[in-house]
Design a protein around this ligand. Structure first.
Ligand SMILES: Cc1cc2nc3c(=O)[nH]c(=O)nc-3n(C[C@H](O)[C@H](O)[C@H](O)COP(=O)(O)OP(=O)(O)OC[C@H]3O[C@@H](n4cnc5c(N)ncnc54)[C@H](O)[C@@H]3O)c2cc1C
Length: 125
């Protein structure tokens, strides 16, 4: 497992928490709980930080920088298709499961309508 927060993740979180803090303060609440991650904070699976881990076999249009093409077909082994959040090149800010499902349907359609009629790479590198 190599996932960890990077400096930009921390900065984005601090920026958003700062904005949210101002909104919360304007509502004059009895108390405000919560804070942004501090610089140098590491991902820790023992506390709830995110369950939307993605990437690992990312999709792209260049075999030099991605593992699968837009149909989730392996660049290296054309009869291998890899559906799942593993295809996401970036983490989403929102729930990933809908996109995992949509990508899987998209891939299955391409397998049925293109790949099975003409075995081989669906995208030429
Ligand atoms: C607690 C929790 C809450 C969540 N809530 C939401 C939510 O509200 N909304 C949302 O959109 N998303 C939510 N998610 C995220 C969502 O569940 C995942 O993003 C999604 O399930 C990823 O789908 P996937 O097919 O990529 O991977 P997975 O669902 O993880 O499927 C991978 C599969 O591969 C199998 N596998 C692993 N290794 C091997 C192997 N060597 N050989 C064969 N099989 C293998 C695993 O057993 C597993 O079945 C939540 C996740 C968690 C943990």
């Amino acid at each position: 497992m190599t996932f960890d927060w990077q400096e930009n993740d921390i900065k984005m979180a601090q920026f958003m928490v700062g904005k949210m803090h101002k909104i919360a303060e304007a509502m004059n609440p009895k108390m405000i709980i919560g804070g942004a991650k501090k610089p140098g904070t590491h991902f820790d699976s023992t506390v709830y930080q995110t369950t939307h881990i993605s990437g690992g076999a990312i999709m792209g249009d260049d075999p030099k920088t991605s593992a699968v093409n837009r149909y989730l077909q392996s660049w290296d082994v054309p009869n291998v298709f890899v559906p799942g959040g593993s295809a996401f090149p970036q983490g989403l800010g929102y729930n990933p499961t809908g996109m995992v499902a949509v990508l899987t349907y998209w891939s299955a359609k391409a397998i049925r309508e293109q790949y099975l009629k003409n075995l081989g790479a669906l995208v030429q590198a």
